[in-house]
Structure formats: structure tokens, C-alpha cells
Design a protein around this ligand. Sequence first.
Ligand SMILES: *[C@@H]1O[C@H](CO)[C@@H](O)[C@H](O)[C@H]1NC(C)=O
Ligand SMILES: *[C@@H]1O[C@H](CO)[C@@H](O)[C@H](O)[C@H]1NC(C)=O
Length: 283
Amino acid sequence: MEQFLLTALLLLLSDLRGAAEALVVKVEVPVYKIRGDAAELLCHYDLEGATLYSLKWYKGDSQFYQYIPANRQTKTVFQVPGVNVDTSATSMGHVRLVGLPLSASGAYRCEVITEAPQFVTRFGEGNMTVIDLPASAPVLEGAHTAYEAGDVVNVNCSSPHSQPPATLEWYINEQRVVEPRLLRHYTPIQETDGLQTAVLGLYFRTSKRHFLSGHLRLKCIAKIASIYLQSQETAVRETNFQPHTQAEESRHDPFYFFNSPSSATVAHLSLRLLLAALGRIAA
Ligand SMILES: *[C@@H]1O[C@H](CO)[C@@H](O)[C@H](O)[C@H]1NC(C)=O
Ligand SMILES: *[C@@H]1O[C@H](CO)[C@@H](O)[C@H](O)[C@H]1NC(C)=O
């Protein structure tokens, strides 16, 4: 009988252990936030029948919060540079950070430990990047008001004072410029306020086909992650533009200079190949 009880107890213990080892911790950490905003960090856990001993939040290797249900004071906040916890809006696994500085960017980890005897530990981790948006829309420099076919266009686009620096794209008549020889890449300018100004140059020789009805449109788009998108554009005139000859000119493929194989066609083709391959597997 004792033997039976012991076996039953061991089975129960190993069962509990198995349950606790199934402990799953998932975090929700915003990927991007704007400087000064608040951020909600969520730590979800499924204890699978075990009891929570502690839940801790870390930024990098520094602990800034703990929740220990068995303690008299269940919530404790620790000072970590860049991390301002709003204690009144923080409970259990849910932490609210306020007044985000740029230095709040980094890896956030939630650690969950179950009660004795197992003390199973699991982590969930997410990265957050705090962004300072550019001071203004991108600025175009160096464009003349008019060009003659054959003239060189040499212009800069800059997106002032942001963190991280914006990524820039040039468009000629709505066609994205991808040819490396037309683009001049510069390292972002380090500003005294700690922010950066991104600069991208565009350099090309104009030809008749660039001028549509006597105009050439230059556009620059500045982007930061999925959070920021602003553009600036300018239209320059063709000197001595004669409407008639221009009409003749644009009847030929006007974008031949900037054409690349249509990506829509490529995508379509690869989808068909994929479907064909799947069909073969299914068969
Ligand atoms: C966070 O960023 C680090 C360093 O860039 C990377 O190694 C890690 O995989 C990222 N973690 C997540 C959850 O995206
Ligand atoms: C573009 O910016 C670069 C780097 O700041 C500078 O060296 C260059 O002279 C500028 N070009 C024009 C056309 O403004």
C-alpha cells in the first residue's frame, strides 16, 4: 500500500513538473514608438496548473520591474536609465512606460518563474525602437528652374534631424530611380542635437524623353520604418520647349531609360511555379 502511495506521489510530481515545463511566456512589445510617447508592455503566461512565483521585466540585462504575488508589496520598480514606469498604470505582467526617450530603444524581456518545487523559468522577448521624426518634410537642393536636354541634373534630398536617419528614394517622373550610377549616397550628417540628417544625391544627364510636355518631375520620399513617410517634389521646365516636337518624342517609350523588368510579371511567374510545385507534391 505504501509502495502504491509513493508511486502515485511520484507520478503526481512528475506530472506537475511536466505541466510546469509546458509554461509558455509571450510578450507584446511595440516595435516602434515616437519619442515622448507611452508604451504598453504585456507579458502573457500560461502556467499550466503551476503557481506563479515571480514575473520580472528587464531592459537588456537590467531589471526594472517585478511582480511577486506572495510578497506584501507585490509590485516593485527599479531605476534603469531610459525606463520610466508609470506605477499607477502597471499591474502584474502589464507595464506602462511613459515619456519615452531615445535611450528607451532596446530589448525588453519578461521572465516568469513558477513556485517551488519546480522553479521553472521561461522568457519572452521583444525589441522596441524609439524614433524621433524628422524636423520637416525632405528638402530638395540644387535644382535649377529649367534645363536643356543634355544638361546634367545634380540635386540633393535631405531629411533633417531624425533618429534613426530616414531612408531616401528618388523618383523621376514617378519612376523610382534604382540605378546605382544615378544615386550619390552620403553618410548621414551628425547634428549637434544628437539627431541625424540623411542625404541622397541624384545625378543624371537629361534627354528629351525625360521631359513630358516640357516638364521633368523630381520627387524625393523620406521614410522611417513603417511610421513615417513624407515627400517633396519639384517640376523643372525644359528650356526652349516646343509642344509639337515633344509630342512626337513621347510617343516613343518615354521611360525606356529607367525601365527594369516588370516585377509584377516576375511575381506572377513565381506564383505559377509555386502552384505547379505544390500540384506535384499533392499528386
Ligand atoms: C532583438 O534585436 C537583437 C539585436 O538586433 C536580435 O538579435 C534579436 O533577435 C531581436 N529579438 C527579437 C525578438 O526580435
Ligand atoms: C549634396 O550633399 C553633399 C553632402 O552634404 C555635398 O557634398 C554636395 O556638394 C551636395 N550637392 C549638391 C548639389 O548640393
